[in-house]
Design a protein around this ligand. Structure first.
Ligand SMILES: CCCCC/C=C\C/C=C\C/C=C\C/C=C\CCCC(=O)SCCNC(=O)CCNC(=O)[C@H](O)C(C)(C)COP(=O)(O)OP(=O)(O)OC[C@H]1O[C@@H](n2cnc3c(N)ncnc32)[C@H](O)[C@@H]1OP(=O)(O)O
Length: 212
């Protein structure tokens, strides 16, 4: 039996409108899909951190090849895509570290995120591009919740205040600051305890009818 990808959105605070462009998407099992994404995230981490002998590399490459061949026949257009549209932390996609919501309303959100080995930049710090990914994800969702017309990021300004460590639970707080016509101004901070690691300001512009 299949179900709509966002079927449990009412029970998920800050579910966002991740169903916009996948309104017709059905998934065989949300739990199984989540299991696949969790496994994929672990593979990303293990590959990033591994240095195995050649024999092992050959075997791993073959296994990964087998997985991609298995999925090749089930490719669907964007309107039916499941990844990015599930009402689970991280929306079922492995590009962005999963954001776990603790508190949310239409104007603010607070939650937790951690950067695993896959997101290593260097010297034990998260990659400087991984941090804006999380800000864009959280601010982008907040900009669009509550039945607002969907918007796109026009700019995202990030200040790196201190290095962001891997494998630690960090908090992220974001708010919808103001609105001027189609322009929405939002801001956020990423913290470890009381220490601000990075902060961001973003402009999100509401899309006109038919605008991609
Ligand atoms: C989320 C959006 C949709 C994507 C959804 C996709 C799938 C859905 C699935 C899941 C969604 C769930 C969660 C979402 C999670 C993350 C979403 C993150 C969102 C993104 O990651 S999305 C990708 C990156 N994003 C782009 O790909 C934008 C490319 N770009 C454009 O599409 C246009 O550029 C646009 C639309 C931004 C504006 O274009 P436009 O023609 O509609 O409007 P215009 O230019 O007239 O600007 C109107 C007023 O904004 C001012 N303004 C504009 N840009 C400015 C700037 N940079 N600095 C200062 N002011 C600026 C003007 O000065 C004017 O101001 P004023 O009215 O006062 O004169």
């Amino acid at each position: 039996m299949t179900s709509a990808v966002s079927g449990n959105s009412d029970s998920v605070p800050f579910a966002g409108d991740s169903r916009w462009w996948a309104a017709g998407a059905q998934v065989a099992s949300v739990a199984r899909f989540e299991q696949v994404i969790d496994a994929l995230r672990i593979v990303q981490d293990r590959v990033a951190g591994a240095n195995p002998p050649e024999s092992e590399l050959v075997e791993v490459a073959e296994k990964l090849d087998e997985v991609s061949r298995a999925l090749a026949v089930f490719q669907v257009p964007e309107t039916k895509q499941v990844v990015g549209h599930l009402d689970v932390p991280g929306r079922g996609q492995s590009l962005v570290p999963a954001f776990h919501v603790d508190r949310a309303d239409g104007n603010s959100v607070r939650g937790r995120v951690s950067f695993s080995r896959f997101y290593l930049g260097g010297g034990g710090a998260a990659h400087g591009g991984a941090i804006p990914l999380v800000f864009d994800e959280v601010l982008g969702r907040l900009a669009n919740v509550g039945g607002r017309i969907r918007s796109r990021t026009a700019y995202l300004h990030v200040n790196y205040r201190a290095i962001t460590p891997l494998d630690e639970e960090l908090t992220l707080e974001a708010r919808f600051d103001s609105e001027e016509g189609r322009k929405r101004f939002l801001s956020a901070e990423l913290r470890k305890g009381d220490v601000v690691l990075a902060d961001a300001e973003g402009l999100f512009v509401a899309l006109r009818e038919g605008q991609p």
